[in-house]
Design a protein around this ligand. Structure first.
Ligand code: AMP
Length: 383
């Protein structure tokens, strides 16, 4: 694979697979992080004399069906504003796109095409014919082998991982493989079922594992304490107990903040684990637990963070997640954070520019850290 920086883009038509699957409300983009992250790549290709066909998906339309609420045309105003350039739009694009040097064109949602998610080779071949060079800049979609990220790379004249794609892989690689000790991983969020493989793999690679949010409730219960009416994934409990038994580097909680109802006006009460009551809802970690966690983070040289450790959306229960965010921000360690809610909390607590690397990926971020080799990465590595 020729490195992106060495490619000759002069008069070349580039098919740039991006992940602009951004949150939308009333057909307006509410968070343009993924678009902003791709802007430097777009400018570099244009500056070197190329033209760009942007391909992305938004949401999960029924395979082959058009859902106007998920049309990529919605992205045009944000895209033009972020890039400072006019961006054309093409609804029916798969049978041919011609653009002039220096132009950018956004294609309609690639998942409206039958065969995209099933990686149909005829569809992938058509995509490859649209361009001189295929560039994959969508690491966040790399855990799925689709026509627009896998099949197209099989048939394209030239294929390359874009700078954003590579920086995502390198940052994650640095955290799990080439890390500097002590290493701390913080895994929070509501459910353990989607993160079992991640926790198992990380526990072998880091010095200290901090588990928060709904996942911590399982640990507290596994240690014989009652957790009242707290979020509890019953179906995952037995597997979680087996998993916790095999891990000896979990930082156990000491106290929690409880409420009597799940609401933003609920008042929190700090309780040691053995004083949690029948009607309590655990919504955050308490000060003693946080003190223990802060000291681990402060002494770390490498930090990985995925998932809020409490209900950070409610101010009365945001202290734990805010403390984690601010402690990571103050640390000089190499830090990587990723996942939708993690990014939302980092933005809420204004520490975005103090985290070494924020991954745009959700599922792909988790699967990489689980140790799975992505077929989309493998195909880009082939000559
Ligand atoms: P996930 O979607 O699995 O990453 O989980 C993120 C969500 O978990 C956020 O909306 C948090 O508010 C929520 N969360 C974190 N801790 C708790 C808790 N103790 N009880 C209920 N929800 C929680």
């Amino acid at each position: 694979m020729i490195p992106f920086e060495e490619l000759d883009f002069e008069d070349k038509q580039v098919l740039l697979r991006v992940d602009f699957n951004v949150p939308l409300e009333n057909k307006k983009v509410t968070n343009d992080f993924r678009i902003r992250q791709t802007a430097p790549t777009i400018h570099k290709i244009l500056d070197k004399g190329g033209s760009i066909i942007l391909v992305t998906h938004i949401g999960r339309p029924k395979e082959g069906a058009e859902d106007l609420n998920l049309s990529t045309s919605t992205l045009i105003p944000t895209l033009e504003k972020t890039l400072g350039l006019p961006v054309k739009f093409k609804k029916n694009w798969i049978d041919g796109v011609r653009i002039n040097k220096g132009e950018v064109l956004l294609c309609e949602n690639v998942r409206f095409l039958k065969g995209e998610t099933s990686n149909d080779s005829q569809l992938a071949k058509k995509m490859s014919k649209l361009c001189d060079i295929f560039i994959n800049e969508a690491f966040s979609n790399s855990h799925r082998a689709h026509a627009s990220n896998y099949g197209v790379a099989q048939f394209a004249q030239a294929k390359v991982a874009g700078p954003l794609f590579l920086s995502e892989v390198q940052a994650l690689y640095k955290v799990v493989k080439k890390n500097e000790s002590p290493t701390v991983a913080i895994v929070g969020g509501s459910k353990i079922s989607t993160k079992t493989a991640l926790i198992k793999n990380l526990s072998k690679q880091v010095d200290h594992l901090i588990l928060g949010g709904g996942i911590a409730n399982l640990i507290i219960k596994a240690r014989g304490h009652q957790i009242g009416k707290s979020l509890f994934e019953k179906g995952a409990y037995e597997d979680a107990c087996r998993l916790f038994k095999d891990i000896d580097n979990i930082v156990f909680p000491i106290d929690v903040v409880c409420a009597s109802e799940f609401s933003k006006t609920a008042i929190g009460t700090i309780r040691p684990l053995n004083e949690i009551r029948e009607n309590d809802l655990i919504l955050d970690f308490g000060p003693k637990t946080l003190k223990k966690i802060v000291s681990k983070i402060q002494s770390a040289k490498t930090i990985l963070w995925n998932g809020p450790i409490g209900v950070f959306e409610f101010d009365n229960f945001a202290n734990g997640t805010r403390t984690i965010a601010e402690t990571i921000a103050e640390s000089s360690a190499f830090s990587v954070a990723g996942g939708g809610d993690t990014i939302a909390s980092i933005e809420k607590f204004n520490v975005s520019d103090k985290i070494s690397y924020i991954s745009t990926a959700g599922g792909a971020f988790l699967e990489f850290l689980e140790g799975k080799k992505s077929p989309v990465i493998s195909i880009l590595e082939e000559n």
